[in-house]
Design a protein around this ligand. Structure first.
Ligand code: IVH
Length: 673
């Protein structure tokens, strides 16, 4: 066979193998036996060995390839990978629908598309010219890990998209770059097999299918990922290739060569959604994979886009979860924990019990009101419930199980850590330690401050922090920067070298990004992502501190509760002096990475309405920010201009009415350039 004939044969083999992959994974059909398919793969492998320069990245032989890696590169997502808000009852779904109506024109009819919520790991796939070039985990939603090599081992993911059955106008877009998102998961059978093998080897069992999927995708050696037999369903196509509804998104995903999951359904109203939910609840145990609920999405993509994002989730989609798994156990004790804010939280210590695949030994009781509401006593038999990864809750006491030896729990009068009196404001449910310098608070605050996502200071574990506090060397985070080697050396288990290294680590951590600085302060409700949002929006700590409540609420991703918490934090003298103190100690906040070049968009307040062809809403938002502009969600007199995409909403009309200029997508792209 000469090279030219081999090339033709290779192309045919690839196509044939891919066709059978599609039949098997997307259509659930099998036309030829596994042995026959293996034989085709074998021939392809032989030919490629003979002519290695004919190997293409989309060849089925490339599913396992490459050297094991030593770490994963970080990649920024084209648009944030969002999550979904959860709901557990028809009433909550009805309330959601009522909320949606507030954001839509009066009498707007809304229909839905429903699908299974798979219990696995979210993955983003980028295809260039139809070929899979990048696969990434969700990570923090903005930045994930590049797991391309591993993802390529999953047969259900096409290495080459099929375009022949797509409508002509969409094909052109697929030929450039598209993104597909979906869930990697493991079937029940494979999971059980994997656990049997673990048991045989006397190794710990995998807690749940989500953990094992995540663990398998994040293997440094793709051979291991391949051996785990993972599966994939696609559920989103963030690139607009012409789909007008979520139903059509699913259709296109199938045509492109993905399984978009079985059992999806168009639902014309919430009543049909409820029927679908009931149907799946009954079917659930018979499915070969785990599903923890259904996902309901507003079917019309232009409405979905208009509904925007609230917090980290799209407003127009919601998860309707199946009831969480429950188990009964005994409350062996109720003990109190003191948190970073000084609040005392009662925690039930339970007789360990297996719920939803993992062992549970603690349940939070939140506060005294909750204990009274449940009427829970030490020694009681209780029903506990676990939903997802959330710390389990006690849902009910079984009073008939009492034997008379149960003991009432009372909130201690003195802080269990420092012995100071415990106080309670009448308007709040929580009890607090009255000592503002309570060691427990200090300790929690310090551990948070030095943690990985904050100042990331190595060598300051809990034991060391405890000693530092006991020796009165460190009361608050700013004191860390006064430490010297001679302070550390006398401490237990501190060798001279370790002291030098730790002081150096502290010194090196003085230069910190604004986002980490904010995160490290430990403001209630302000996690990593909100810290990023604040840093981007305000670009200096001074501006964050001086922001009014309204300005904080105006930040697109920040809701009312979070805004209030930030506002309260920066109006507390103690916190203001902590920030001043840190800066006084030489902490240097690096300028925000967002380079605010002077551009025609600097300082402009911009609204985007309708669907943009060239970028998603999130990308548009990001671009506006990067150019120094401000994304605003509603049109007012203060809006500088409105970008009008396809199917614009009422915002375009409002702009006209107020005399706010509107520009087309094309003009918008020019501006960006
Ligand atoms: S839509 C806007 N559809 O659930 C977010 N998510 O809590 C897009 N998931 O991180 C998600 N099955 O990993 C969607 N059919 C499905 C899903 C699904 C599982 C996961 C996904 C996401 C999480 C949201």
């Amino acid at each position: 066979m000469n090279k030219q004939t081999a090339k033709v044969r290779i192309e045919k083999l690839k196509k044939e193998i891919n066709h059978h992959r599609y039949l098997y994974h997307v259509l659930d059909k099998q036309e030829i036996t596994d042995a026959a398919l293996d034989s085709l793969k074998h021939e392809l492998d032989d030919l490629e060995r003979q002519w290695p320069d004919l190997i293409t990245p989309d060849s089925p032989t490339q599913r396992v390839g490459g050297q094991p890696q030593d770490k994963f590169d970080k990649v920024r997502h084209r648009s944030p990978m969002l999550s979904l808000n959860d709901s557990f009852s028809l009433r909550e779904i009805q309330e959601w629908e009522t909320r949606l109506a507030k954001f839509l024109p009066p009498d707007q009819k809304v229909d839905y598309f429903t699908e299974l919520k798979m219990d696995g790991l979210a993955i983003s796939l980028i295809y260039k010219k139809g070929i899979l070039v990048r696969a990434a985990t969700r990570g923090d939603g903005n930045v994930g890990e590049n797991v391309t090599q591993n993802i390529k081992t999953i047969e259900a993911i096409p290495l080459l998209l099929s375009t022949e059955n797509l409508p002509g106008n969409t094909r052109r877009k697929v030929a450039s770059e598209i993104e597909v998102r979906g869930e990697v998961f493991m079937s029940k059978k494979v999971f059980e097999r994997a656990n049997k093998e673990q048991a045989k080897k006397n190794l710990p069992l995998y807690a749940n299918p989500r953990n094992i999927s995540a663990g398998s995708v994040r293997q440094l050696d793709p051979q291991i990922t391949a051996s785990r037999k993972l599966n994939f369903v696609a559920y989103d196509l963030p690139t607009n290739i012409g789909q007008k509804t979520h139903e059509q998104t699913h259709k296109f995903l199938r045509l492109l060569g993905f399984s978009a999951g079985g059992h999806n359904q168009y639902c014309q109203d919430v009543e049909s959604v409820e029927e679908y939910y009931k149907k799946i609840s009954k079917l659930r145990d018979k499915l070969g994979y785990w599903t923890d609920g259904i996902v309901i999405t507003v079917n019309d993509n232009s409405l979905l886009a208009r509904l925007g994002v609230v917090g980290k989730a799209p407003r127009g989609a919601i998860a309707y979860k199946f009831p969480a798994e429950q188990a009964t156990t005994i409350v062996e004790d109720i003990r109190v924990q003191v948190g970073r804010t000084g609040a005392l939280t009662p925690v039930a210590h339970l007789r360990p019990v297996l719920v939803a695949g993992s062992t549970v030994a603690r349940a939070t009781l939140h506060n005294m009101d909750e204990i009274n509401r449940l009427d829970v006593k030490i020694g009681d038999t209780v029903i506990i419930q676990k939903a997802g990864d959330i710390i389990p809750d006690i849902v009910k006491v079984l009073p008939k199980m009492r034997n008379g030896n149960e003991k009432l729990f009372n909130m201690p009068k003195k802080c269990p850590v420092c012995g100071s009196p415990v106080t309670k404001k009448s308007e709040e449910v929580a009890h607090y330690c009255s000592n503002k310098d309570c060691y427990a608070m200090q300790h929690q605050q310090l551990s948070h401050f030095v943690s990985k996502k904050a100042y990331d200071i190595e060598g300051l574990g809990p034991k060391i922090l405890e000693q530092l506090a006991k020796a009165d060397l460190v009361k608050n985070p700013a004191d860390l920067f006064d430490l010297s080697e001679s302070d550390l050396e006398p401490l237990e288990r501190f060798a001279e070298k370790a002291a030098v290294n730790t002081i150096e680590a502290i010194r090196n951590s003085k230069k910190v990004t604004l986002q980490r600085f904010i995160y490290a302060l430990g403001i209630r409700h302000v996690g990593e992502e909100t810290s990023i949002d604040l840093a981007r929006e305000f670009s200096s700590i001074d501006k964050v501190m001086k922001a009014s409540l309204a300005e904080l609420e105006d930040v697109h991703e920040i809701g009312g509760v979070v805004a209030k918490s930030i506002h309260i934090f920066f109006n507390d003298k103690k916190n203001i002096s902590l920030v001043k103190n840190l800066i006084g100690k030489g902490v240097y906040i690096l300028p925000e990475r967002v380079i605010k070049r002077k551009s025609s968009l600097t300082g402009k307040r911009i609204v985007v309405t309708g669907i943009l062809e060239s970028m998603s809403r999130e990308e548009a938002k990001e671009k506006i920010r990067q150019a120094g502009g401000k994304w605003v969600s509603s049109v007012s007199k203060n809006t500088d201009f409105v970008v009008v995409g396809d199917n614009p909403g009422s915002k375009a009309a409002k702009a006209k009415k107020l005399g706010v200029p509107t520009i087309s997508e094309r003009a918008w792209q020019k501006l960006l350039k």
